[in-house]
Ligand binder design. Structure first.
Ligand code: MV4
Length: 447
């Protein structure tokens, strides 16, 4: 097992990783920027080292400084958390070259899954269902238009290096195809220096269903059920739950088997997520694979009782998975609300500043993952997520009731947050009935 882990991240996920390490008897090193001297992760880790100015590019994204800090502090592994360097193949490769364990999959897997058209092709070859569409990438408007005609409109034009909706356009007919293709491709060239595109059939009002998987170094792969992440605003998840109200035990078994097949097809290792679209007829399609721990991992932890961060560390240290698929049971229902420093009445503009008072809910089945505290100043340099409120109930209805109660108790003063917006979602009749899809927020709110 590792002696000391350096956490190449900040905020609640850094705190979450420090806690997992402490429970396992592993020492921790926090890295922090000049803006994060008083941040909770800096204060909570066994040791802390400043790696540069507030700007992410000069601190949490600076590979050389993080690797130097790891060597200087004599840590034997790096946990990248999510965001920042977590899906950077070059960083994973540099760790390997420096004989530092990267807590995640290999550089080759990160690279392969970062290429969305290649991931899609790999899954087609492995007989994992993918959205109907092109097998090979396309580069010119002519070949793309031919492909769109074959698939049949409406189609989705996607950038191979895309993500979070960047480089993505819908085309509803041949009249609007060329312009949409060129816009999407231009966005990809500007954003990712990559003109590689692919075309898929457009799936109307799908659900975003993702499966958590765990894979060790010896080819053992498990799935831990799904998360329904359909409640999103502009490709930012707002509320997530597990299990999904749309998935029967039979469908879970089928989709879970496909998630495991997808992971095995790339010799996956560590924790990962297989994203699917689920259409109105309950057909499901592989969309992307995420090669990191995700923000919403706690809902899976709540319903399976498995500590995903500890599992990641054990896998990276070379341990075999101690569980088999038949040992995994989905117990009850969990919901997560992401509380952000943003103003819903000003187009969700980020609102950093001084938090003058925090009161958090508690009680049976209530979990808070956060790095904020009284008189903490939220810096303007990073993501606006302040706190994750996660609840666990015996079923969906009681989890919703518990979330209503917990949201009602949560107080964050001094800055604007999206707390009331979360409250409106939990109180929404369609949400309560489980009638959700990726159009939920645009359909119900003027945002
Ligand atoms: C789609 C789709 C419909 N059909 N692909 C959005 C982000 C990117 N990861 C993929 N996305 C989508 N791909 C086809 N063929 C609809 C979306 C989509 C979406 C997906 C998941 C969650 C929220 C979404 C919001 C809008 C569009």
């Amino acid at each position: 097992m590792f002696h000391k882990i350096l956490i190449a991240n900040r905020g609640e996920i850094a705190v979450r990783i420090i806690r997992a390490c402490r429970e396992m008897g592993i020492k921790t090193v926090a890295v922090y920027s000049e803006a994060d001297r008083e941040a909770l992760h800096t204060l909570l880790a066994d040791e802390a080292i400043c790696i540069g100015p507030a700007s992410s590019l000069e601190s949490y994204l600076n590979m050389e400084r993080i690797l130097s800090a790891t060597v200087a502090m004599k840590a034997d592994a790096i946990h990248p958390g999510f965001g920042f360097l977590s899906e950077n193949a070059r960083f994973a490769e540099l760790c390997q070259k420096c004989h530092i364990a990267f807590i995640g999959p290999s550089a080759q897997i990160i690279h392969k899954m970062g290429n969305k058209s290649e991931a899609r092709k790999t899954m087609m070859e492995a007989n994992v269902p993918v959205v109907p569409g092109s097998r090979e990438p396309v580069y010119t408007v002519e070949e793309a238009e031919k492909m769109a005609e074959e698939i049949g409109y409406p189609v989705m034009i996607k950038a191979s290096s895309g993500g979070g909706g960047k480089g993505m356009r819908i085309s509803r007919s041949s009249e609007d195809f060329a312009a949409n293709f060129q816009n999407a491709q231009m966005e990809s060239i500007n954003g990712f220096s990559d003109d590689t595109m692919y075309i898929e059939k457009y799936i109307e009002q799908p659900r975003h269903i993702e499966f958590q998987i765990l894979a060790d170094k010896y080819g053992n792969v498990l799935h831990l059920g799904e998360r329904d992440c359909s409640i999103q605003r502009r490709h930012q998840k707002v509320m997530e739950e597990s299990p999904s109200a749309a998935i029967s035990p039979e469908l879970r078994k089928q989709m879970g088997e496909m998630a495991v097949r997808a992971a095995k097809a790339v010799n996956y290792e560590n924790a990962g997520t297989i994203e699917f679209l689920l259409d109105k007829n309950k057909q499901f399609y592989f969309m992307e694979m995420n090669t990191r721990i995700q923000v919403e991992h706690p809902v899976t932890e709540m319903v399976t009782g498995i500590d995903l961060i500890q599992e990641q560390i054990r896998i990276a240290a070379g341990e075999k998975l101690s569980l088999r698929q038949e040992d995994i049971h989905i117990n009850g229902h969990a919901i997560e609300c992401r509380i952000n420093a943003e103003n819903p009445s000003k187009h969700f503009m980020p609102c950093p500043g001084l938090i003058t008072n925090v009161h958090v809910p508690g009680g049976n089945g209530v979990r808070i993952d956060t790095a904020i505290y009284n008189n903490y100043r939220v810096p303007p340099n990073y993501d606006s997520m302040l706190l994750k409120l996660i609840v666990h109930g015996n079923d969906r209805a009681s989890a919703i009731e518990k979330m209503r109660s917990a949201l009602g108790e949560l107080i964050i003063e001094g800055i604007e947050t999206n707390l009331d917006f979360e409250y409106e979602i939990i109180n929404n009749e369609d949400f309560q009935k489980g009638n959700i899809d990726t159009d939920f927020i645009p359909k119900h709110f003027n945002v």
